[in-house]
Each structure stands twice: as structure tokens, then as C-alpha cells.
Design a protein around this ligand. Sequence first.
Ligand code: PLP
Length: 855
Amino acid sequence: MNIDRNSVRRDNETKSTASAALITPLNQIKTMPQQTLEASKDQLSGILAPLSDELRRHLYYTLGHYTDDGHPHYYYRALATAVRDRITEPWQATQERIAKTDERCVHYFSLEFLLGRSLNNAVQNLDLDEPTRDALHQYGVALEEIVEHEPDAGLGNGGLGRLAACFLDSCANLRLPVTGYGIRYEFGMFHQTIENGRQVEGPDHWLRDGNPWEIERHEDAKTIRFYGHTERALDEQGKPRTRWVGTNDLLAIPYDMPIPGYKNQTVNTLRLWKAEATDVFDLEEFNSGNYPDAVVQKNNAEQISMVLYPNDASENGKELRLKQQYFLSSASLQDVLESWVAKHGEDFTDFGRLNCFQLNDTHPASSVPELMRLLLDVYHLDWDSAWKITTQCMAYTNHTLLPEALERWSVALFSRLLPRLLEIIYEINERFLTDVAKKYPGDVALLRRVSLIEEGDQPHIRMAYLSIVGSFSVNGVAHLHTELLKSGLFADFYKLWPEKFNNKTNGVTQRRWLSHCNPGLRNLLNETIGSGWESDLTQLSKLIPFADDASFRERWKAVKLENKRRLADYVKANTGVEFNTDAVFDVQVKRIHEYKRQLLNVLHVVHLYDRIMRGETKGMVPRCVLIGGKAAPGYHVAKLIVKLINNVAAVVNADPKTKGLLRLVFFPNYRVSSMEIICPGTELSEQISTAGKEASGTGNMKFMMNGALTIGTLDGANIEIREKAGAENFFLFGLDEVGVQEEKKVYDPNAIIAADEEIRRVMELIEGGQFNEQEPGIFDLLTKGLRNPHDPWLTIADLRSYIDAQTEAGETYLDQEKWNRMSILNSANSGWFSSDRTIAQYADEIWNVKPLENA
Ligand SMILES: *Cc1c(COP(=O)(O)O)cnc(C)c1O
């Protein structure tokens, strides 16, 4: 680190006096309890000194750091704490306004929030860049170095979790009264390393050094119950009541994280629950002398919030996972209901009108029966009133068309773990099926199809159906995805309730995914079209005329080159491989999954390698291919794909003939903070899923904003990206969704391979063991899959079209004027893909919420 020795020494000499002056007089604090809240707030706001003093104060007093050989980690902690102090006041003010408002409030329930780092975001949104740099200057350190010491908050798998994080940012930017609810996992998304080409998972103990952004609120703890059984009895008024008794209880402790809006004095809350044992020890155990066992029992409770399940787009079925889901639902609903009762008493007449719960996929779907349970058993509403309220305030977002990702929980497990909820689900189902039978008399097949219970040897609860029945809104996340939900997966429900279904095409926040991660482009944009795009991305369209301005194109290219250099350094540091910045940077980063078809990408790289070996390099553009992403630890095929990428990379990069023409790397431990470096340096964005499988994609949007061109299929939001960018500025290939359905009837990959010389050579290279000389046969599973007529991903069907589109992209790149023009137009037309637009639509069309009034 670049520490200015002189400034540190000067600092030391004056430390004792300087520090002493930083303490607030005690009387100012002592008198607080006597003051009214308003008065004390005024006094407190005066307490904060200039940021540089606050940084010094936290280093010395908060962290006890008084030597000058400090680890930069201390600067991070002290700075983060000082910045958080700056957030406290607008945060409290915003929360007071939310508590007081007579307008509707939204509660966003998600098992995942893939936040990444918070420091830079907070500095930017609070407009503290200058003071922060000045404050750090006294220690001779740069903000860019310090932010690196913040661990990513990796509380999510991929797109779904990152979407939740972008949504919170946009809600705060739009001053909407929205609170996020999630789980404070002790261990986030696993850390990925590569050993001998294979993925190795390590723990992500992101909280090890503490989390300066969170505030524990023990006073708002909730009791969560599991197991036990139900009893029915008459209450004092002679009404039948159900009691859930003999339960195993634990506590949910909230930790609040601030979500600052963009320079607008609004700070929303993300409330994350941690599981703890109740203070009540198991008395029996305790009395029988089993004190140690009773203490161990305490630890078991904490397992619920211990680890994020690392499965993306696949269900999991583990009991602990169901516990996590219910834990989140119950704690969050109790929280909202208790605040309601504190303000309105036990009159729930307006509850449904003034509250909305947005369920991020079916993970929090137990919220439907849990809200019913709380209203029925705790607040003693009758069924019809409780159901009316529930269906007035629940809204469900679907994220996948893959049948293997649709959550189903076994009735047996549910009845053991959550017996009262199962009873309620059965009653919801009975009433629902009665209604359906009235509407479609005699259609028994329909009843079986839409039942919330899938019958069989082991009956299961269909969580997506439960969510649809319990919600007033069901949305998909891209136009095509929503249409496919209506015509396929949820067709019966669409027929029953067409009015529930709507589309909300995903978006990403330009504050993180353009302004923060691409300072070079931010500055160029601000000089060219002003800075309004930071809170209104549609203003990027002002760039359109500049695509025809040669001098602007030069500046555009220079910014990209600088970002490519930064990415090349990052690749070198993390993989040892040199990326030549003259080459086109061709990138595919996302979870490793068969439907996303990283295999297709590898087949193309092998094809390029084959061409190089044959000496057919005429017109070939130099290419640096980067692939990154995590495979679910139990997903064998995905892990094998990682191994293939690494093995192909090793052979290609070691062959002298590829020098200056081709490089391939597998980038390890892909996460939010690495995307912040990867996406600005990318020129070609790979969005190559089998049509009809990717719900939306959001990585595609981040790349587009940063001026990458997309090579992609007509899938998810790619379709909308192509529409906005213009077909001439997009490299399209492959079957569309209808084509996929048709091809499946006649698919014969072996015939395709045999008939296409270049494809045949690619398969022969892999099958001949060119990339696994030391480990014969290890890729057979992959090549057999490619040759299987029932391959659901149709990789070979799209390969020729993909190779041709890649060739076209390469030829286009050789015409740099043309490429840069296309690049500018992609960025200029990306305004639609701001999550501000997405959230404005949720607010208008689902939530019916308005921005908070200024204080
Ligand atoms: C944006 C993002 C994703 C989602 O990428 P897709 O290409 O849409 O699957 C996943 N992981 C991280 C870290 C991201 O930033």
C-alpha cells in the first residue's frame, strides 16, 4: 500500500491532542433521556464532525487502532463506520415517515439478496466522494484501495438474488416505502477455487471481521415455532379455535442494513433475520442434570441461518431449507403485523389495502398460509376475512420455466415440521377446488391438474400453485417468459384468473452497473449528455446522435481500452494468463448450468483452435475468451463443464500457434465485485441459452449498458435487448422457442455432426482425448449428452448458426468504426433496462404505492 510516511508520522505526533478533541462532551449525551426525541435528534445531528475527524475518531476510539503500522482493513472499518454514521439521520427520518404514512407500504420477501459491497455505493449515493478522498488522504491511502477490503455480501446465488439487490436500490432511488426482508446467513455463497481444473468449494465467512453496515435490533426479536401438533378447543366466547402446541421454539433476531437512495435523503431498510435459541433452556434437560446438552441445544437453533443453499435453478428438498423459508416468512409477517397492531390496534379492515408482500419466487411461499395462521389463530379473524386480506396483499414473481426448479415439499415433511400450516393449506385447497368445480363442472382432470397437492405415493405441495392461489398478482420477468407462463406452466390458472397475470421485465441499477463500476464511461457521459442519466437512464438516448461523431467514437474507444487494460490486469492476477488488449474480449459469466450452454461456447473455442491448427486463420480476429461462474456443488454435469473449460484453456494457452490469436480462461470465484471489473471491459456478451429456458437474464443488461455487443438467442430479455438496440446491432443465432419445440421432434445430433465437417472435427478433438490426455474418458458424459437425440438443450442444433454468428462478430470487429458505432448505440438504447423502470412498473401496476413525501 502506498502510505505517505510523512503524513502518518505527523499524524502520530499530534495524535493524543487531536484524538482528545474528538470526544463529545459527556453532558451532551447524559441529558438525552430528559429531552424529547425531536430535541435530542437536533442535538445529535450536531455531534458529527467533519468526515476526516470522524475517520480518525473511529480508528482510535471505535477500533482501538493507535499504531501506524495498521492493516488497511482498519481504514475500511473506520471509514465504513463513519459513512454509516452519516446515514443514520436520513435513515431514521425515512423510517419515521414510513411508520407514519397512511399510504400503502411494500415488504419485499426474498431468501436471497446478492448485495456485493456497500461502501462505494454509500459514498456515491450520499455524495461523499470528495470528503472521503480528503479524509483518506491524511493517511496517504486511496479510496480504491480501501474499498477492496470489504468482503462481498454474497447472500444469493445469481440473478434472482442480484435482482433483489438492484430492486432495493431502485426503490430507495424512487423514494418508495419498501422494506426488504431476508436471512442473515453466517456463510454466504461458497468461495470457488480451481484445483487441477476442478471446482473446489470453500466457506464464505463474510461476517468474520464484523459487518459495519448492520444494526442489531434485539428488541424486535420474534419467536418462531416448529414441530408439535394442533389441538382444537372452544375459546371463552365458545368459538372453535386451533392451537399449535408442543412446539420447538427459537428466536429470529433482526439485523438492519441501510439502503441509501441516490442523493435524495431517503434510506430504506433491509431487515435480515438471524436464528438464535430462546433464552428459555429446555427445563427437563436442565433439571435432569443435562446442562451441557441444554447448551448444545442452543447451538442447534442457530443452524437455521448458518448457510445459504448454493442451488441456482434447482429445488433441493432439504428439511433445513424449508425451515429457512418458514423462518423468514413467519418472522417478517409477525414484524409487519406487530407494527400494524401498534398503530391501528387489532382492526385489520385496511391491512390488505395498506400492505403488499412481494414474494421473490416461491421460496417465501409459506407466507400465504402463515399470514392466514396469524390472522386466524393469533388475531382471531374468521376464515373469509383472513383470506380476503391475504389475497389482497400477496404478490408472486415467478423466475423460472425449468420444471426441475419448481418447488414442491413433501406433505410428510410439512406435517412434521409445520402441522398447523399444512391444515391451512389443505383448507385453502379444498375451498379453491370447490370453486373450480363450480366453474368447470365435471372436469376432474382439471381438478387434479390444479390441486395444490400433487397426489402419488408421496404427496407433495406445489408451492407455485399455492403462491398463485394466494396472490392477487403473478408476474414473469421478461415478455417471452410471461407469455410462456400463460400458455404453458400456468395455463390452467391463466384461464381461471387472466387478470392476475402480468409482466415485469427485469432491470439492473445503473448506479452500480454503470456509474460506479465504469468511472471512465461515467465521466464521458457526464461531459457529453450531463449526469441526469444516473437517476433517469432513458436520458442515455441523448447519445444516439454521437454514434455518428468520429471524434466521440475515438473517446468511446479509449474508455473501453482503459477498461480492457483493467480487466486484463485482473485476469492476469487471478489466473496468470495474459490478455492482449488488441483482441476482442469475449465474455460469458453467469452460473454454470446446462441450459445456459457454456458448452456451446467451449465448442466454438475448440473450433477456433482447430482452425488455428489447420492454419486457416485468414480473417480471424484475435480473441480473448473469459468464462466464469459457480456450479452448484451437487450438480455433477455443471462441475464437469468447469473442468472441460479449464482443460481446453490449458491446451489452447500452452500451444505456441495460438499466440496473438486465441486465449481462454476460466475466471475463478465469479461474484458481484468481479462483475464490476469484468463488465466494463467486455466487448462481446455471450447470452446463448436454449430459447425458452432463460427467464430473463440480467447480466445481458449490465453488458449492454457498458457498450458490449450481444451474441445471443431469442430468449428471455435478449429479445427486448435486440428490439431496443436494433436488430442490426445484435448478433442473433439459433432456434427460437417455437423452433426448439419443432426441432425436438426430429432432433438428430449425430446426423448434424456427420454432415458438418467443422463440427465433426470439433467433436473428434474432444472425443479423441485432446484435452484430457492424463484422464481418459472423463468428458464422455458431456460428449454423449451432446450426441443424445433427447438432449434438452439442443446444443448441436445451434452450433453451426452460433459459429457463423461468431464469424460475423469477428468480421465486424475488424471494422472498428462500425463496431464502436454499434457499441454506442447499444449503450444509448439501454435505458429501458434500468431497474428504476422495472420498479416504477411494480409500483404503478402491482403495488399501487407512491413515493414518500419529503419531510
Ligand atoms: C448479474 C449477475 C448474475 C446474473 O447473470 P445472468 O447472466 O443473468 O445469469 C449472476 N451473478 C452475478 C454475480 C451477477 O452480478
